[in-house]
Design a binder for this molecule. Sequence first.
Ligand SMILES: Cc1cc2nc3c(=O)[nH]c(=O)nc-3n(C[C@H](O)[C@H](O)[C@H](O)COP(=O)(O)OP(=O)(O)OC[C@H]3O[C@@H](n4cnc5c(N)ncnc54)[C@H](O)[C@@H]3O)c2cc1C
Length: 461
Amino acid sequence: MSTTERPRILVVGGGYVGLYAARRILKKMRYGEATVTVVDPRSYMTYQPFLPEAAAGSISPRHVVVPLRRVLPKAEVLTGRVSNIDQDRKVAVVQPLVGESYELPFDYLVIAMGAVSRTFPIPGLAENGIGMKGIEEAIGLRNHVLEQLDKADSTTDEDIRRKALTFVFVGGGFAGAETIGEVEDMARDAAKYYPNVKREDMRFVLVDAADKILPEVGPKLGQWGLEHLQNRGVEIYLNTSMNSCVDGHVVLKNGLEVDSNTIVWTAGVKPNPALARFGLPLGPRGHVDTGATLQVKGTDYIWAAGDNAQVPDLASGEGAWCPPNAQHALRQARVLGDNVISGMRGFPQGEYKHANKGAVAGLGLHKGVAMIVMGKMKIKLKGRLAWYMHRGYHGMAMPTFNRKIRVFADWTLGMFLKREVVSLGAMENPREEFYEAAAPVSAAAAAKASAEVTAEKAKAS
Ligand SMILES: Cc1cc2nc3c(=O)[nH]c(=O)nc-3n(C[C@H](O)[C@H](O)[C@H](O)COP(=O)(O)OP(=O)(O)OC[C@H]3O[C@@H](n4cnc5c(N)ncnc54)[C@H](O)[C@@H]3O)c2cc1C
């Protein structure tokens, strides 16, 4: 961390908002005008809309993330967590990956910490569930699902087999519907390599507390998405929730009980709970309360945007808030960047106003839904065309030319080569095999081995 005479703009979080805001500030800033510091516990930004495709193996996991130090060469990037903010002294407490926490002074502050999975105290969920917020989870889920096929193919125990081949997804919004769509497609496709597993042996269950799925694309397309998944054999239970999943025994509120090794939790997000320690004004659901200029209410040197902020949606009218999605995060980041520069130079702040441009969702290879808003017209697409829209939109929206090329290259290779179905579950414990080989021996065993060697030597001489 550099000590500097220049004012410091501290960006807390290097996700969508953090990355784009920092880039915008660096682009507009005069040489030496300020130091831009980005703090994030991960050294990369994750393009979350591609997580379901990464879980299905259509995109290489490394191509879904953008290394912060590489794309922000003029910024100071610190890998760690901001654990507190002292507004009176204008310092942030940074907890680095290793070692003691330290204080980092700032002059201007950007809060871009995003959201975390919204969970409930459901028995068994913490022990057995997996979320879908980071690339680690997407890789973990893919390895885990393929490992279940390995297990089912190699056991003679029908209970083990049935549990391995049952997959439960809780939450049918964007993240949930896309993830089950992609994973179901990948798993059933992979079944052809497993002589003892047939496509129809697998059971996919989607649960949602609401009366619909995919609310982001509107009721008609949402209904189409629901029927499409049902036609593919996905069991969908609406207006119900999961009561418990202790040891993988899933009990739904509607009375259904299934045993499953795979419980994917995608039931929405909530603002980062760390915000509660920062002393900033928060809205009723824990978001940082901002005005349309993205300045945090009551301050003129702190801005917030994205999933952790409650930003008025001027395009929708009085009392509406921008929904937490990438479309808003990206556009807010640009306005936020401009406003930080204006704030630093004493110029007036601009307001954020963006009308919804629609939504696209992929539901597996060649399947999707898309709703594109053009003025007062809403174009609704489904099936293969919508899937092309989904890929085209996100392929172009992926940050940096380097990542765009890599993602398009993955897709192009996928058109000609068969899908990769190897499970690398052991990657999660790479030292296990070596540890077994080099396992520390007890003192008694070591003494016995040494005595045996001495006896061998004595016999030989
Ligand atoms: C599976 C999935 C699919 C999605 N699909 C779509 C889609 O198709 N279309 C769409 O519009 N939106 C989609 N979204 C939503 C979209 O990705 C988010 O709205 C967007 O990422 C929000 O950006 P953000 O910068 O607010 O948060 P994030 O991008 O999540 O960034 C937050 C950053 O803050 C960091 N951080 C957390 N705590 C701290 C701390 N204490 N100190 C420092 N840094 C911290 C995190 O590590 C992270 O890098 C999807 C989300 C998911 C999970």
